[in-house]
Write a protein that binds this ligand. Sequence first.
Ligand SMILES: Cc1ncc(COP(=O)(O)O)c(C=O)c1O
Length: 450
Amino acid sequence: MELLSRTDSAVTSDGVPQRTGNNLDPWYANYAERAAGFAASEVRALFAVASRPEVVSLAGGMPFVSALPQDLITSSMDKVMREQGPVALQYGGGAGVPVLREQILEVMAIEGIDGTVDNVVTSTGSQQALDFVAKLFLDPGDVVLAEAPSYVGAMGVFRSYQASVVHVAMDENGLIPEALRQTIAHLRGQGRRIKFLYTIPNFHNPAGVTLSAERRPEILEICRANEILVLEDNPYGLLHFDEPAPNALRSLDPEGVIYLGSFSKTLAPGFRVGWALAPHAIREKLILAAESAVLSPSSFSQLVVSEYLATADWRGQIDTFRGVYRERKDAMIEALGEYLPQLSWTNPNGGFYVWVTMPDVLDSKQMLPRAVKELVAYTPGTAFFADGRGRHAMRLSFCYPTPEAIRLGVRRLATVVNGELDLLDTFAGTGTLQLPLTPGVEPAPPSDLK
Ligand SMILES: Cc1ncc(COP(=O)(O)O)c(C=O)c1O
């Protein structure tokens, strides 16, 4: 349901808008215009359905936290409370706990980043850092450039500040420099104000691709020449399967890039600890934004993460995660090849996601109820575009279900896709759809997921 626009509300003779309200929400007419940007995403609506145990959810991006050493986490919490209880339970500084910010430098060094503690600001997940950057830079009507497709959670933040997302084409090597040049020139020609390029260079959510090492300096050069800031969002960078990702964009241009990192995928999202590494001038304003939003991020969470980093083999744990996710990715790619050979998909070298493209006649959003009925869930491609594209695509996540569940989920998906194609072929009478049901694929019984 759309919010009423301001002009729809009644106004008294002294110019005070009258609350007209509606049946569901008496405060309907009082919301700020920017509240219209808070629309429930497809992902969110899906969580309710997809969390039923009998559904194989290939929809969400939940890390497999059961692979963590639970006792080590417990002992980190215990130690923090025994040795630093009064600090952990107290407010902290707006920039975050200094010792953790030192350790974050070590984490970022793996990707070639050479920063200073002063320029690291911790946040409540990198999602909050996204919000701070948007709050600092975006006025209504501004443009944010983003890959096509892009992370639904970031686009929601940009929308909430009444900015427009304009997509830039990408391919299997990430953002296409020439497309970036053309998009900038086109927007400038229209007099639009571009505030930053939002990019997920590694193991992209949702596309699964990685920006090649060759393209990185070129993308930065284009942005520098056009005075466009780069917002590099990198929660998956360390979760590679074969070759590590190329060095971070931030390592190539410390003054032109705000880098966002997170412990959500390499440790656990429940701590809600992420960070921004910003050019020095911006970092001051980021801290002010953080203080105005939360006073200080959770001291307790930051100290537990810091203790974990100091005592656990966190690099070894990331290797463990990489092994788990690699096995699951392989299961998904194999199952797609076996059950849905008529579709195409990306084959990521890290992260959580595969992007699947279907024949044009299929609509992933329309197909979703049927999929849920077959007890499999995915995220429709439209969730990842600001402009309505993506109907023929979907994002499949391999991070959470076991390899067996992934196979079962893809098999069920094949039942749905083939059923839809069959139906269209029968009733549309176009005669153009000759895609056969995949040989040997039987509809999977719902109860066979243990
Ligand atoms: C690309 C991207 N950025 C940011 C986030 C937010 O992560 P968090 O707030 O848990 O650090 C996510 C979460 O899935 C993501 O995929």
